[in-house]
Design a protein around this ligand. Structure first.
Ligand code: K7E
Ligand code: CUA
Length: 653
């Protein structure tokens, strides 16, 4: 698409970019972009990007949607944190989405989005993302770009090795980063070793609805389970989890969890797990966790409290789990598109270790074990080694694949992306990142069919890359064109929150299915008013329910009287518009909550408790028409003792 840019535009853009890039930066950062490279990320006004990129917000708890190659930000999807802009977690409809067994939790830490797959290919139906702090997994519907479901993960703490999907989205998988007493109990911390447990959770996804349930958990030794990836192709049916702290230390981890020469990648045969479950070879554990589902028909979220989980003990389930020794506290655990190679990114290791799935199966078959840990067989490092990438860089974190036989690994300490060849293990190219890169993402990189045109590097530190904004500066992503032999940096763009992982997909797999409006005729919200005729105000003791509508450019009703100072008023507001891109907003003076931002055909609710007598205005918060400023109304509030009857009107009617 970029190559179609007319020369004049291209040159103009290139000149702007070159002028804006000072010589100082050129020296510091290793070169400004040439005009030719800048053109490649330029998407002309009015044209669409080629890819969607869903980039996690880290400590923002949200998921941001960008276009590639432009890096333009389209939307921040609220997932685990309240968002006053969109009323998520503030309106009555979505508050239940943030319920957990710890109560209502208004914030989350989101790390790893992953798009649903069919036959190992991205299908663009949902994107899943994990929450690290209060262990949860969310499912976002890619027709509405809204969070449709959040399930809590029981018996876990620090849900980090999550939320990656198997090649037919049979499961979305989670693993606990922090081991804990299971069930939780009061015990001395220094009795951690041998007593704490690490749960790996397999969450089943219903093929049609996408609804999730915790199908089973594997109760592992008390290591830290860091990242994970599914097997695919020949290794479909397996899942791989990196671990650190196989020392089972509980203090000064930077030293005490870095003692062992090798930690492990745990290889889990989940098809075997299904056999054990089917055979009844599990224990049922009592627990309590929240399962929150947003129903698009009723436009309400509800919480169901789940009470049980099925537990598999790997020591009692031969063939379920094996340990692959992997040097030095591996972080990323990545599987190539063929399913043969399992890459362990040992953070403190000089070399990158690549395991062979074929050799692993062979060693298992021949029972060539090098001891066991808590009843789980440990394979021989040499027996399963496919190869090593020798001294590629410092501090490897994550690896992605381009589908053409190449792998790309990020190095946090040496701040670079290194391209290397699967099978020969030779380094082919390296490019600096600015600075301290964490994850990287190739669209479809966690699938059998990556789209190896771009890689996005997501950086922890930006320092001098952008205009300073006080002590807190933005985090950033960088886009490299990888269509040629050498990677070429073509764009920097700032991100929302701290980007960890991301998921990218060709725009065509999503954009045609993108919903434009909610049909009023299908709105089954319990407090919907489908037309102005249906509007009313109903008193129920001290609760008053206002069934209100909005359309360009008025509310119905817009005058309400008979409200008392002791009342609690529920505004149930329906946007009657049935045109694309005509939201209305609403707020009321003194409301102790966010605005509502209501899409066409949708109903949302906020509550308002008047603080005193008077006549109080409300208005539309989204500039919706030439007469948007006229879109307003009044509520009259009288003393509790008043006998003024409830009444409501629009233009006196
Ligand atoms: Cu490496 Cu949470 Cu995936 Cu960040 S993690 S970088
Ligand atoms: Cu409706 Cu502004």
């Amino acid at each position: 698409m970029n190559f179609r840019i007319k020369n004049s535009i291209g040159i103009a853009v290139a000149m702007v970019i070159m002028t804006a890039t000072s010589c100082v930066q050129t020296e510091q950062n290793g070169g400004a972009l040439s005009g030719n490279l800048a053109e490649r990320s330029f998407v002309p006004p009015g044209e669409h990007d080629e890819f969607y990129a869903f980039i996690s917000g880290g400590f923002s708890g949200q998921l941001a949607v960008y276009g590639l190659p432009s890096g333009r930000l389209f939307k921040v999807i609220p997932v685990f944190s309240q968002d006053a802009e969109k009323a998520y977690g503030y309106n009555e409809e979505t508050k239940p989405m943030l319920n957990t067994s710890y109560g209502f939790v208004p914030w989350g830490d989101s790390h790893h989005p992953d798009i649903s797959q069919t036959n190992g290919k991205l299908d663009g139906r949902w994107v899943f993302i994990n929450e690290n702090n209060t262990p949860r997994i969310a499912r976002i519907d890619l027709t509405t770009f809204e969070t449709a479901e959040i399930i809590e993960v029981p018996n876990s703490a620090g849900n980090h090795s999550s939320s990656f999907v198997t090649e037919n989205t049979e499961y979305v998988v989670a693993g606990t980063r922090f081991s804990i007493p299971v069930p939780q109990r009061d015990m001395p911390i220094d009795e951690y070793k041998g007593n704490f447990k690490g749960a790996l959770s397999f969450i089943k996804v219903q093929p049609e609805s996408g609804e999730m349930n915790v199908e089973f958990q594997i109760m592992m030794p008390g290591f830290d389970y860091d990242l994970s990836h599914p097997g695919r192709g020949k290794s479909h049916g397996w899942f791989f989890f990196s671990t650190y702290n196989s020392e089972e230390a509980n203090s000064l981890m930077e030293v005490n969890a870095s003692q062992n020469d090798k930690d492990y990648i745990a290889a889990v045969n989940w098809k075997k797990a299904e056999e054990y479950i089917a055979a009844g070879n599990f224990e049922t554990m009592k627990t309590n966790y929240a399962h929150n589902v947003y129903d698009e028909k009723t436009q309400m979220a509800t919480t169901t409290w789940e009470k049980e989980v099925r537990i598999l003990d790997p020591a009692k389930c031969p063939g379920l789990v094996y340990f692959l020794p992997t040097p030095k506290s591996p972080h990323g655990c990545d599987v190539d598109p063929t399913g043969e190679y399992i890459v362990g990114n040992g953070k403190l290791s000089a070399n990158l270790t690549v395991h062979s799935f074929t050799k692993m199966l062979d060693a298992i078959e021949k029972k060539k074990f090098d001891g066991e840990a808590y009843g789980i067989p440990i394979l021989n490092f040499e027996d399963i080694l496919a190869g090593s990438v020798v001294q590629p860089g410092l501090g490897p974190l994550h690896t992605e694949f381009d589908g053409k036989g190449n792998a790309y690994t990020t190095f946090f300490i040496s701040s670079e992306v290194v391209k290397w060849k699967l099978g020969t293990w030779e380094v082919l190219d390296r490019k600096p990142t600015y600075y301290s890169v964490g994850h990287l993402m190739i669209p479809g990189g966690n699938s059998a069919s990556p789209f190896g045109k771009y890689v996005v590097a997501m950086n922890k530190i930006t320092k001098d890359r952008y205009l300073p904004t006080g002590p807190e500066v933005c985090q950033s992503a960088q886009l490299y064109d990888i269509s040629g032999e050498k990677m070429e940096l073509i764009l920097d763009f700032p991100t929302i929150g701290e980007p960890h992982y991301a998921a990218g997909i060709p725009a065509d797999l999503i954009k045609l299915k993108s919903k434009k409006i909610y049909k009023l005729s299908e709105n089954e919200h319990p407090y919907v008013a489908r037309s102005e005729k249906d509007t009313k105000v109903v008193r129920d003791g001290d609760n008053v329910h206002v069934y209100m509508t909005m359309i360009r450019s008025h509310f119905a009703p817009d005058n309400i009287e008979g409200i008392k100072t002791t009342d609690k008023v529920y505004f149930h507001v329906t946007n009657l518009e049935q045109d694309y891109d005509v939201p209305h907003g609403m707020s009321m003076i003194g409301a102790n909550t966010s605005e509502l931002l209501i899409m066409p055909g949708q109903t949302e609710t906020f509550t308002w408790e008047p603080k005193g007598e008077g006549v109080w205005p409300f208005y539309c918060t989204d500039f919706c028409s030439a007469l948007h400023q006229e879109m307003q109304g009044y509520v009259r509030v009288s003393p509790a003792s008043s006998d003024i009857q409830l009444s409501w009107s629009l233009d006196g009617e």
